[in-house]
Design a protein around this ligand. Structure first.
Ligand code: CU
Length: 159
C-alpha cells in the first residue's frame, strides 16, 4: 500500500511537470518552425491635423517571425477612409498593400510611408486616441491605439 501511494504521488508530479512543459514545448515549436509572421506594432502617432479633412498617421510594424506578411488594409471608426501611401522622389503615391519583411520592420514615418486619414468624424486633437484596425494577408488583425500628438511632434526628440 505504501509503495502505491508513493507511485501515485510520483505520477501526480510527473503530470504537473508535463503540464508545465506543454506550454514551453509549444513556444519552442513556434520559433523553431519560424514559419509564421509574428507581428507587433509600436511608435504609433498622429500629428494633430489642421482640419478634419485630412490627417497623417505613423507607426512601425515589427515582424519577429520567419515569414513575411502584408499589410492589406487599415480602418478606423474615426475616419471614413484610410489609405496607405509611400513617398517616392518627394511625391506620394497610394498603394494597396505594404510588405512586412520576415525578421524585419515596416516603418511609416514623416517624409516616408504614411497612413492618410480622410473623412474624419471630427478633427483629432492632441491627447485624443484614434483606434485603428490593421489587417494582414496572413496574420490576424491588430488593433492599435494611436495617440494624437502636437502638430509639430517629432518622435526622435519626443516633442
Ligand atoms: Cu499621402
Amino acid at each position: 500500500m505504501k509503495r502505491l501511494a508513493v507511485t501515485g504521488a510520483a505520477i501526480a508530479g510527473a503530470l504537473a511537470l508535463a503540464g508545465c512543459g506543454t506550454s514551453n514545448a509549444s513556444k519552442a515549436s513556434d520559433s523553431a518552425g519560424a514559419s509564421r509572421a509574428e507581428l507587433s506594432v509600436g511608435a504609433s502617432y498622429m500629428p494633430q491635423p489642421v482640419s478634419a479633412d485630412m490627417a497623417a498617421g505613423f507607426l512601425t510594424i515589427t515582424n519577429r517571425g520567419g515569414t513575411k506578411d502584408e499589410l492589406t488594409s487599415v480602418t478606423s471608426d474615426s475616419a471614413g477612409e484610410i489609405t496607405m501611401h509611400e513617398t517616392k522622389g518627394g511625391a506620394m503615391e497610394e498603394v494597396d498593400s505594404f510588405e512586412v519583411p520576415a525578421h524585419g520592420q515596416l516603418v511609416f514615418k514623416s517624409g516616408g510611408n504614411h497612413l492618410m486619414f480622410e473623412k474624419l468624424k471630427r478633427r483629432p486633437e492632441q491627447g485624443d486616441t484614434i483606434t485603428l484596425k490593421l489587417k494582414f494577408a496572413e496574420s490576424g488583425p491588430l488593433t492599435v491605439e494611436m495617440p494624437v500628438k502636437s502638430a509639430t511632434y517629432n518622435p526622435s526628440t519626443g516633442h
